[in-house]
Ligand binder design. Structure first.
Ligand code: SF4
Length: 381
């Protein structure tokens, strides 16, 4: 009989997209579609490889992310799920999410997703105005999103996340207000709001270097962030992580695992794992990933055993992202030590700067800390 005492989340990376967004630095490709059949074949091998290694675990969350998993034939997703069920002990109440983009969802696809146990849908809208979608290099219009939200509701999805980006070059406050209002009206249970980061090696990165775009100024960026916080709270969403908002009972169980520094297994190209105190990551390029799994059954490398202090640092750095903060009881339960003693200096410095507050046996970000969260993370690195 399997030991079900330990829970684990599984992340499955599908690195294929319809087009490359101008801000995207994720492990995703538009010109590798010919790899799709072999990619899914080896994904099954990789799942089988980890079957024995996860014998003592109960899988309570699966996140199929990308890339755009909804852009591939749903037959592949069904095979992956079937293989997971054959290989892992999946909790019957597990949260099973898939990422999607507007325009890639149909009635048939959504019904199939429901049929294979997927119970959470994440849709990347990013902006409400078609001019901003075009400017971001997105492959869809707002109308596709509205239609896909309706289809998802009809297919029985009750737990739907919408991803949004703010501080897009040229975006004004009214655009952002309209984005939030338009999305909320369609009744998602979860909304993620990220400030646009322009990374090197992306189309936007190149444009920035040539002076062809003007990033939004910091003041507007923060104004948009705080509008999202205030407005979404007013509309009944709980602000539970720096960038995440959920209706009661709809927090993302899979992402909560990352923020609580719990164990997860990453499958697919470039996926990261944290298992038995060891962090490791898969070959990044899909071709290399396929070769590695064909040769040895897995594509894991860069194994790093994480010692106790490093695990504590990660626990602090990730946990402080949560609005409820970090409870000293939970810290003691996990590490057998007093958080306020281990991090006395760091907590003191951050409190003096007004970035965190300590109360009732826990620490959490202040309003200022939410705006300067990177400074808080650095203290725990
Ligand atoms: S859909 Fe997502 S993963 Fe694909 S290119 Fe756009 S941002 Fe990147």
């Amino acid at each position: 009989m399997k030991n079900k005492s330990k829970n684990i989340g599984i992340y499955i990376h599908i690195p294929f997209c319809v087009s490359k967004c101008y801000y995207c630095d994720f492990n995703s490709y538009v010109d590798k579609q010919e790899l799709i059949p072999s990619y899914f074949n080896v994904l099954e091998h990789e799942i089988s490889y980890y079957s024995g290694k996860l014998q003592g675990y109960s899988v309570d969350s699966i996140f199929i992310g990308g890339g755009t998993p909804s852009s591939v034939d749903s037959f592949h997703i069904a095979r992956v799920m079937e293989c997971c069920h054959g290989s892992f002990n999946i909790d019957e109440k597990a949260e099973i999410s898939i990422e999607s983009n507007p325009g890639t969802l149909t009635c048939e696809k959504l019904s199939l997703y429901r049929g294979i146990g997927i119970n959470r849908l994440s849709i990347g809208l990013q902006a409400w105005q078609n001019k901003h979608l075009k400017q971001l290099g997105r492959s869809h219009f707002r109308e596709d999103f509205v239609e896909n939200m309706e289809l998802a509701g009809k297919a029985g999805f009750e737990n739907i996340n919408v991803d949004l980006i703010f501080a897009v070059p040229g975006q004004i406050m009214d655009d952002w207000i309209q984005t939030i209002a338009g999305v909320v009206e369609l009744k998602p249970s979860h909304i993620s709001c990220y400030s646009l980061k322009i990374e090197e090696g992306t189309v936007f990165g190149d444009m920035l270097e040539k002076g062809a775009i003007n990033p939004a100024d910091d003041e507007l960026d923060r104004k948009m962030y705080w509008f999202a916080i205030d407005n979404l709270k007013w509309q009944g969403f709980e602000h539970y992580e720096i960038s995440n908002f959920a209706k009661p009972g709809s927090r993302c169980a899979h992402n909560l695992k990352y923020w609580h520094a719990q164990e997860y297994l990453g499958l697919g190209a470039g996926a990261h794992s944290y298992l038995n105190g060891v962090r490791f990551e898969n070959e990044y390029l899909p071709e290399k990933y396929i070769e590695a799994v064909q040769a040895k059954g897995c594509a894991a490398g860069n194994m790093r055993e994480i010692g106790k202090k490093e695990t504590m640092n990660e626990y602090m750095m990730l946990g402080i992202r949560l609005i409820e903060g970090i409870k000293s009881d939970s810290f003691r339960h996990r590490f057998g030590e007093d958080m306020f003693a281990v991090y006395e200096e760091e907590i003191d410095r951050l409190q003096k700067k007004g970035l965190i507050e300590a109360k009732a046996g826990s620490i959490s970000l202040t309003a200022v800390g939410l705006d300067f969260a990177n400074q808080v993370f650095m203290e725990f690195v």
